[in-house]
Design a protein around this ligand. Structure first.
Ligand SMILES: [Zn+2]
Length: 242
């Protein structure tokens, strides 16, 4: 079994280009400034993310990949992995879990940021969570436990030199309930710039950025009266094998 590095290594997993930046790029920017090594993993090709009939799917994928890469570069993310499963068709398959385990064992993250798969809808805001988000969250949890840490799962990965690995911390975004808040007052501007890279996704970017600020400000209030902006997560510190 591989041991985690003493360095803070973070792997953020999203279903579509823009998911990670919306949910957690303020925290990610903060931790990168503090010296963390951070990786993005985008599971789908983003090919359903437009109502414009004149953009071919392949072009949309290319555009969204560039937007995601630009946002990641802005924050100082070390590498973005794109798995290119078809947008809207993500399934918690053997193949997806294996790819997740491969990247977890390669990157060896202390912390994984992913979606909370239990977040299905929000009655008050009239909001249904995207099915790809739920699948991405469930597959990420399954990959963290038990598959990444179990040496008998995917023996072919062992042959590639990818030993079993135990993740220490899970931070899940669910945009509703949280038990852990990160003060992003110093990085909110960087977060808004990262979101601003996803030009294809928002007809009125300024309006969306204002919405984000409001949401992060509400989280700030929940975190502490002294915190102006925060991101909220459901945090699990994972039991380590003795
Ligand atoms: Zn999404």
């Amino acid at each position: 079994m591989d041991k985690p590095s003493s360095k803070k290594i973070i792997l953020a997993i999203g279903a579509h280009p823009d998911d990670i930046d919306i949910g957690s790029s303020g925290s990610i920017a903060k931790w990168i400034k503090e010296g963390a090594e951070t990786y993005y993993l985008v599971l789908t090709d983003g090919s359903k993310g437009s109502e414009d009939p004149d953009i071919p799917n392949a072009e949309l994928t290319k555009l969204r990949r560039k937007e995601q890469q630009d946002a990641a570069d802005l924050l100082g993310v070390k590498k973005v992995f794109f798995l290119d499963f078809v947008d809207g068709e993500l399934e918690n398959s053997h193949q997806l879990r294996k790819e997740l385990v491969r990247i977890i064992r390669t990157v060896k993250p202390k912390t994984i940021i992913c979606f909370d798969p239990t977040f299905v809808y929000d009655i008050q805001r009239g909001f249904i969570n995207h099915p790809d988000h739920r699948v991405a969250g469930q597959a990420a949890l399954d990959a963290v436990f038990p598959f990444a840490r179990n040496m008998r799962t995917y023996p072919e990965l062992l042959q590639e030199g990818l030993k079993s690995f135990v993740v220490e911390e899970l931070l899940m975004t669910n945009f509703s309930e949280s038990n852990f808040y990160v003060d992003i007052s110093d990085t909110i501007d960087l977060k808004l710039k990262a979101i601003g890279c996803h030009v294809s996704q928002f007809q009125d970017m300024e309006k969306f950025q204002e919405r984000m600020k409001k949401m992060n400000s509400l989280n700030g209030e929940k975190a502490s009266p002294k915190v102006k902006y925060a991101e909220g997560f459901v945090r699990i510190l994972l039991h380590q094998p003795s």
